[in-house]
Design a protein around this ligand. Structure first.
Ligand SMILES: [Zn+2]
Length: 152
């Protein structure tokens, strides 16, 4: 695979929930206890921090301990991909400050904006690429496209 855009399409597909329950492929593999599928999905960029329609991580929905260990192995190899705990702590802090501002009659502060379209993404877990944050994979993709156009 040489084209960066194609690569991102696959990541987007991997991370798009489908069906009525908001499951990603990673959730399905976890529930089915399909360890090879889990490992392949994670290697190809499936995001383990995406929650299903009931707010559960794929790791949590894993059918048994053996399956959860597959996630742990990957986690040990790529700790940066499991950054969501850090992200969620940051979100909790933002929420506290937002509640405080509202309680004292101020408008809530804006903590982060999408690097591409400047949408307020305070309180959301952003899509990250390099040091930039985006509101959606669409903006991330646009940013990458523009960057590669500038290069050539
Ligand atoms: Zn955006």
């Amino acid at each position: 695979m040489t084209n960066g855009t194609n690569e991102l399409d696959i990541v987007e597909l991997l991370n798009s929930p489908f069906g009525g329950h908001g499951l990603t492929l990673l959730h399905m593999a976890a529930e089915a206890g399909h360890k090879e599928a889990i490992s392949v999905l994670l290697e190809f960029g499936a995001d383990p921090s995406i929650k299903d329609g009931q707010g559960q991580l794929a790791y949590i929905t894993a059918v048994n301990k053996d399956t959860r260990n597959e996630f742990r192995r990957f986690m040990a190899k790529h700790p940066e991909k499991f950054d969501y705990q850090k992200a969620q702590r940051a979100l909790a802090a933002e929420k506290r400050l937002t509640v405080q501002a509202l309680a004292s009659g101020q408008s809530p502060p804006i903590f982060s904006r999408c690097f591409q379209c400047a949408l307020d993404i305070t309180g959301k877990i952003p899509f990250e690429y390099a040091e930039y944050k985006f509101c959606s994979t669409k903006c991330l993709k646009q940013h990458r496209t523009e960057k590669s156009l500038k290069k050539s």
